[in-house]
Ligand binder design. Structure first.
Ligand SMILES: C/C=C/C(=O)SCCNC(=O)CCNC(=O)[C@H](O)C(C)(C)COP(=O)(O)OP(=O)(O)OC[C@H]1O[C@@H](n2cnc3c(N)ncnc32)[C@H](O)[C@@H]1OP(=O)(O)O
Length: 658
């Protein structure tokens, strides 16, 4: 089916996932029938959609008209025939039990049009087994959304044994049209990508404690502050539900063998109905205790190596089994798990040879199958390579992980590319930004720079507080980190080419300090800006105590820093921080327009104007000296001749920077 032909989508199941998927589809403009087995369930789901759309409109993430339009496109039904009778795509999100799902498909085939594609939102069950009970295995695939669908970017698109490539292409385009990022899972393998990585990690965390080799505290401190994942392993298990992870693990154990034998510690928790946050108690106590309080200083190198070794082995299993490539695995886990880096990259950085050695030692000591190194992993380690090849084989161009950097005409574009972490600024991002600024500066064609944040939630929510806390907050390291931010943003500020920051969404803390380094700032109306560092007991340590006052004046700078309030774009336009406020959908176009206009300006005059203004900040005489010297230099330039000639001839000048 051609993706453009899709108009009507049936979503089966109005529970958490079902109503979330229905909402996302309706927001993308599709007509959606949402079906559940009784009036109460389906009505509940509909009310949840209404509530969620309302929240999005309240937060200005969509307009009120868009919210109303999306709700109008959702029809709640109980009759299956009414739900699927004229559907182009049927997305099934009924309970995660093979027999319930099969029963649904047996009925659906009676009513759905023959050309309709079936997509199941299962998180781990076999697509091939489910497809068998339908009458169209080649038009059947997995379409695994993450919870909550309206906020989570990732959709795993999974091939069954007989799925046609066309079907996968269409469902990927459908996911894209819903604003999601699809990642293809080439083979129907238990847990697909994200669960195949996260669930064994949870199991190994439990085995570490079960065997007496580590405490929950140390494992979570290492996971969060050593490896840098968003949550401790036990904290994550409590968040997701220990029973949920346990059942996926049981299924993997059954399908993939003893390497996935669930740790008894997990079984005990499930038996005791201590399932995590939802029951008030899991590995942490959320009712009578303080929940997950994870120390920053209990990181252990041994635990880190063991967890990374397990992760590397899972990645190798997926790559060797031709389920997915390392970059697809990394993208899926970053988007689905909110990880700052993917497991393949982390394993490469650690060194696959060291991780294989760890696995071999553990295998020899315990005989446990999960420590048997995958052939793919051993081969790569023996060849001195990583999942991404060897460093020596890399090409000359810089590869960025946390940024997207491109040159379009005379404009260099730097996009902060950690949308899954609100484009927060990690140390790695600062280093990359430093490199990107140098590269654009040295690039012969770049005459203006545009700075943006990927995604629709944040320009940047500031320093990545979690990675800052890593290492127990070493003061000497923090001094260096502060200097790194100051210098990098200073480099942007003193770049020869003018810089435009186009701000959409949150622009907080270090994000605002970064924007302060730009020459012009435009922001969408819904943006919220501020220096909230005092709320955290910090100060704006990336130049914020100095640079902001030059733009808004000392009084306003103190107000912004001391109150730590969030300001809207209009207010900061009044303070002189924002040059122009636009509607959300116009921001990017306007940013490009402005950057292109500046790129068409006289480069030498622009460069010296920036230098004179910077030099004169604290020393007007120094600034005036730079200004007069520059004025003299300009007399001798082709650009001056071009400017004057164009003016006299009433034409647009074409400056060349000579
Ligand atoms: C020298 C420089 C110093 C600094 O920059 S210090 C940091 C200054 N920045 C802040 O204090 C902002 C902190 N963040 C927030 O206040 C809120 O977030 C927002 C207002 C930006 C958004 O709120 P909401 O829409 O309710 O989303 P959510 O659930 O709070 O955040 C989504 C995910 O993003 C993570 N996150 C947000 N900001 C940061 C940050 N600065 N460092 C690390 N993570 C951050 C959260 O934890 C969460 O993650 P999960 O989905 O895994 O729970």
């Amino acid at each position: 089916m051609d993706p453009d032909e899709i108009e009507r989508i049936a979503v089966l199941g109005a529970g958490n996932m079902g109503h979330g998927i229905a909402e996302v589809a309706a927001l993308a403009g599709y007509h959606v029938t949402m079906r559940d087995i009784n009036e109460e369930f389906v009505q509940n789901g509909y009310e949840q959609i209404e509530w969620s759309l309302d929240k999005l409109a309240e937060k200005d993430q969509i307009s009120r008209d868009e919210a109303d339009g999306a709700l109008d496109r959702v029809t709640p039904v109980v009759e299956l025939e009414a739900a699927v009778g004229d559907a182009d795509v049927v997305i099934e999100a009924v309970p995660e039990k093979m027999d319930i799902k099969k029963e649904v498909y047996r009925e659906v085939v009676e009513y759905a049009p023959p050309e309709a594609i079936f997509a199941t939102n299962t998180s781990s069950l076999s697509i091939t087994d489910l497809a068998e009970v339908s009458d169209r295995p080649e038009q059947f695939c997995g379409m695994h959304f993450f919870n909550p669908p309206v906020r989570m970017q990732l959709v795993e698109v999974i091939s069954g044994a007989d799925t046609a490539d066309d079907t996968l292409d269409t469902i990927e385009e459908l996911a894209e049209s819903m604003g999601k990022t699809p990642v293809r899972v080439r083979k129907d393998s238990p847990g697909f990508i994200v669960n195949r990585v996260l669930v064994p990690l949870m199991n190994e965390a439990a085995w570490l404690v079960e065997s007496g080799d580590a405490t929950i505290e140390a494992v979570d401190s290492t996971t969060k502050y050593g490896i840098g994942l968003p949550m401790g392993s036990f904290e994550l298990a409590d968040q997701v539900g220990i029973d949920v992870g346990y059942h996926v693990l049981e299924y993997m154990h059954q399908e993939l063998g003893d390497a996935y034998r669930p740790c008894p510690l997990l079984a005990e928790k499930v038996e005791a109905e201590e399932l995590g946050k939802k029951t008030g108690r899991g590995f942490y106590d959320y009712e009578d205790g303080d929940g997950a309080q994870i120390p920053t200083d209990a990181v252990s190198e041994g635990i880190q190596e063991r967890l990374l070794a397990l992760l590397a082995n899972e990645v190798a299993g997926l790559v060797g089994g031709d389920v997915a490539d390392p970059d697809a695995i990394d993208e899926a886990v970053k988007l689905g798990g909110g990880w700052p880096d993917g497991p393949a990259k982390m394993a490469d950085e650690y060194g696959l040879d060291a991780l294989v050695e760890t696995l071999d030692d553990l295998h020899e000591a315990t005989g446990e199958e999960r420590y048997e190194a995958e052939e793919t992993l051993r081969e790569l380690a023996d060849a001195g390579e990583g999942f991404y090849g060897s460093a020596e084989n890399g090409d000359d161009g810089t590869e960025y992980e946390s940024l997207n950097v491109a040159v379009d005409g005379h404009v260099g574009h730097i996009e902060l590319a950690r949308p899954h972490r609100m484009n927060t600024i990690s140390e790695e991002l600062l280093h990359e930004l430093d490199t990107a600024i140098d590269e654009l500066d040295a690039h012969g064609d770049v005459r203006a720079v545009l700075l943006t944040g990927e995604g629709d939630r944040a320009f940047s929510a500031g320093a990545d507080v979690q990675s800052m806390a890593a290492g127990g907050g070493d003061p000497l390291h923090a001094v260096e980190l502060s200097k790194l931010g100051q210098e990098t943003f200073g480099k942007l500020e003193s770049l020869d080419a003018p810089v435009v920051a186009a701000i959409d969404g949150y622009c907080l803390g270090g994000g605002m300090e970064l924007a302060t380094g730009a020459d012009l700032r435009i922001a969408s109306r819904r943006s919220e800006l501020g220096q909230p560092e005092h709320n955290l007991g910090l100060l704006p340590g990336w130049g914020g105590t100095q640079r902001l006052r030059h733009i808004v004046g000392e009084g306003r700078a103190k107000e912004i820093i001391f109150t730590a309030e969030r300001y809207d774009a209009e207010e900061l336009a009044e303070y002189g921080f924002i040059n122009e406020v636009t509607d959300g959908e116009e921001l990017l176009d306007r940013g490009w327009e402005l950057a292109r206009d500046l790129a068409a300006g006289p480069p030498i005059a622009q460069r010296y104007t920036k230098r004179a203004m910077l030099a004169g900040r604290d020393d007007t005489d120094a600034g005036l000296e730079v200004e007069s010297q520059a004025f003299g230099h300009l007399m001798n330039t082709d650009d001056l001749m071009e400017g004057v000639t164009a003016f006299m001839g009433d034409e647009e000048p074409e400056f060349e920077g000579k």
